[in-house]
Design a protein around this ligand. Structure first.
Ligand SMILES: Nc1ncnc2c1ncn2[C@@H]1O[C@H](COP(=O)(O)OP(=O)(O)OP(=O)(O)O)[C@@H](O)[C@H]1O
Ligand SMILES: [Mg+2]
Length: 254
């Protein structure tokens, strides 16, 4: 159960969560689900170009809470083999979902799928806190600017107070551009933590978001794709390609 969080809006949570989920679906086809817990303004449907027929609100009310077959029928399939449970279309509907319902939903999904990736709203809402309580791993996304890094430091303090010592942390510095005046060392010193993955600021990322096609849907070799693949590898190490039987003997043969 991997929760993707950030204290600030626009840091890249949805971009990171959707790419992580698509990458994990490559390792565990039909074994990965992406849950959009940004219940007011979630945009996983747009990030994946899917048109859901059911939303988180359906999944936490009525029979889906008791029957996992019904819950499964509320998920939307993506071409990568990923399943998604999207945020409701109207922001007003977010109020219908309680923290306890989120906790139960995450438990249900964890019983059905190998990877549950959870996108969240900025900060620590009731829904995010319920997800954090269940998460085995936190992907903490920070922008590379002073307000973003300071916000992350405060969020880390809160997480310490919440006693989440058993939850593994993965720090992602997103949209990093060395010309912006902050160095990696500045960030690590302020946070007192090592940065695990640096995703560069990239036009390719912006294009992929606008096109609704996560970068990791394709086998791109650009630096942002490589960084996002490195994040995926922290959860599902890529198997070393095995040499085809007899391949050695074919080298140099016409
Ligand atoms: N590495 C990057 N390089 C360039 N642009 C990026 C990068 N990562 C994200 N963006 C852009 O930043 C914008 C915000 O990204 P995203 O929606 O993933 O952030 P968010 O944290 O989910 O925002 P919100 O808090 O509103 O949910 C998007 O338009 C996206 O294209
Ligand atoms: Mg988002």
């Amino acid at each position: 159960m991997i929760a993707v969080i950030s204290p600030k809006g626009g840091a890249g949570k949805t971009t990171v969560a959707s790419n992580l989920a698509v990458g994990l679906a490559g390792a565990a086809p039909h074994g990965t689900v992406l849950l959009d817990l940004d219940l007011q303004f979630g945009d996983i449907a747009s990030a994946l170009t899917i048109s859901p027929e059911h939303w988180v609100t359906d999944a936490v009310q009525g029979p889906a809470g008791r029957d996992t077959m019904v819950l499964k029928s509320f998920l939307s399939a993506h071409s990568s083999g990923l399943y998604a449970l999207c945020a409701p279309e109207s922001p007003a509907m977010a109020d219908q979902v309680t923290g306890d319902q989120v906790a139960h939903l995450v438990d249900q999904l964890a019983g059905l799928y190998r990877f549950v990736v959870i996108d969240t709203s900025p900060g620590l809402s009731e829904h995010t806190l319920a997800a954090l309580d269940k998460a085995t791993d936190l992907v903490m996304v920070s922008s590379m600017d002073v307000p973003g890094v300071r916000g992350m430091r405060k969020e880390l303090d809160v997480l310490r107070e919440l006693d989440m010592a058993a939850t593994k942390r993965h720090l992602v510095l997103n949209a990093a551009d060395p010309r912006d005046g902050l160095s990696l060392r500045d960030v690590e010193t302020t946070l007192g933590l090592a940065v695990d993955v640096v995703v560069p600021a990239s036009r390719t990322v912006r294009l992929s978001v606008n096109q609704g096609a996560p970068l990791l849907s394709t086998n791109g070799r650009d630096p942002a794709s490589k960084a996002l693949r490195k994040l995926v590898g922290r959860f599902a190490p890529t198997p070393t390609p095995t040499r085809k039987r007899g391949a050695r003997h074919r080298i140099g043969t016409p």
